[in-house]
Design a binder for this molecule. Structure first.
Ligand code: NAP
Length: 247
């Protein structure tokens, strides 16, 4: 077990599948005690905990819909009760909906902002108050903030809000040795990216980056582990695009 991260407690939101599950497994391997948050995927979250334990790590599941402030307060209360404190928040939970501005449905706009923005704010607010000195916050943006493809505006708007907030929160937490950064993945092979796209479109998007493939959840987990771990300690208020060079 890594002595630098031993007994450090990390909450990973939306860790039942996709990138969040890979982050949880990676942080578990790096020696963090991992809180595997999920909204509806209890079984999948349980599976992630069992994988972490099978690899010699420690983890628990914790249900909370991040868009609900009361759920998030309960999540942080529970983790403090069980482990005595929180060191790392990985704000991974997120959803995507594609629409032009002209065709945007109110319910899609509300869902995107409720989960991606309000959800991240709910967890950042608790983390800002409760994280132990020396802690880390890793938010999730997306490379679409730079790519600017038609159809991505409402989703990109939620992630642009997170990038601005990341930089400001890093300044607000002055004096506590807490870093706040964001990871901005490019196209990554998860349900969020793959659902609803044709094989041709997936192939086209995969080839856009000079590295000519989709990212994997483990690629993104490696960037998060860097920012959450001892080697990332001097990085603060930054957005790290992990995307094979697509932008
Ligand atoms: P995913 O495969 O769809 O997984 C989403 C995860 O978020 C699931 O574990 C889900 O849990 C959880 N979740 C959804 N709503 C939630 C809520 N209200 N409260 C708590 N958890 C919730 O997505 P992903 O591709 O891994 O995306 C992870 C992050 O990376 C997101 O912030 C996304 O915007 C960002 N990102 C992804 C890509 C990509 O290409 N995949 C690119 C750029 C950025 P349940 O199953 O329990 O609902």
């Amino acid at each position: 077990m890594n002595v630098n991260t031993e007994s450090r407690i990390a909450i990973v939101t939306g860790a039942s599948r996709g990138i969040g599950a890979a982050v949880a497994r990676r942080l578990g391997r790096d020696g963090f005690i991992v809180v595997v948050n999920y909204a509806g995927g209890a079984q999948a979250a349980g599976g992630v905990v069992r994988e972490i334990e099978a690899a010699g790590g420690k983890a628990i599941t914790a249900q909370a819909d991040v868009s609900k402030a009361a759920d998030v307060r309960r999540l942080f209360d529970t983790v403090e009760e069980v482990y005595g404190g929180i060191d790392v928040l990985v704000n991974n939970a997120g959803v995507m909906a594609l629409s032009t501005v002209a065709e945007l449905k109110d319910e899609d706009f509300d869902r995107l902002f409720d989960i991606n923005v309000k959800g991240s704010y709910n967890t950042m607010r608790e983390a800002a108050k409760r994280l132990r000195n020396g802690g880390r916050i890793v938010n999730f943006s997306s490379s679409v903030v730079g790519l600017l493809q038609p159809g991505y505006a409402p989703y990109a708007a939620t992630k642009a809000a997170i990038e601005a907030t990341t930089r400001i929160l890093a300044r607000e937490l002055r004096g506590r040795a807490i870093t706040v950064n964001a990871v901005a993945p490019g196209p990554t092979a998860t349900d969020l990216f793959l659902d609803g796209k044709s094989a041709e479109l997936i192939d086209h998007l995969a080839k856009l980056a000079p590295l000519e493939r989709l990212g994997t959840p483990d690629d993104i987990a490696a960037a998060v582990a860097f920012l959450a771990g001892p080697d990332g300690g001097w990085i603060n208020g930054q957005v790290l695009r992990a995307n094979g060079g697509i932008i």
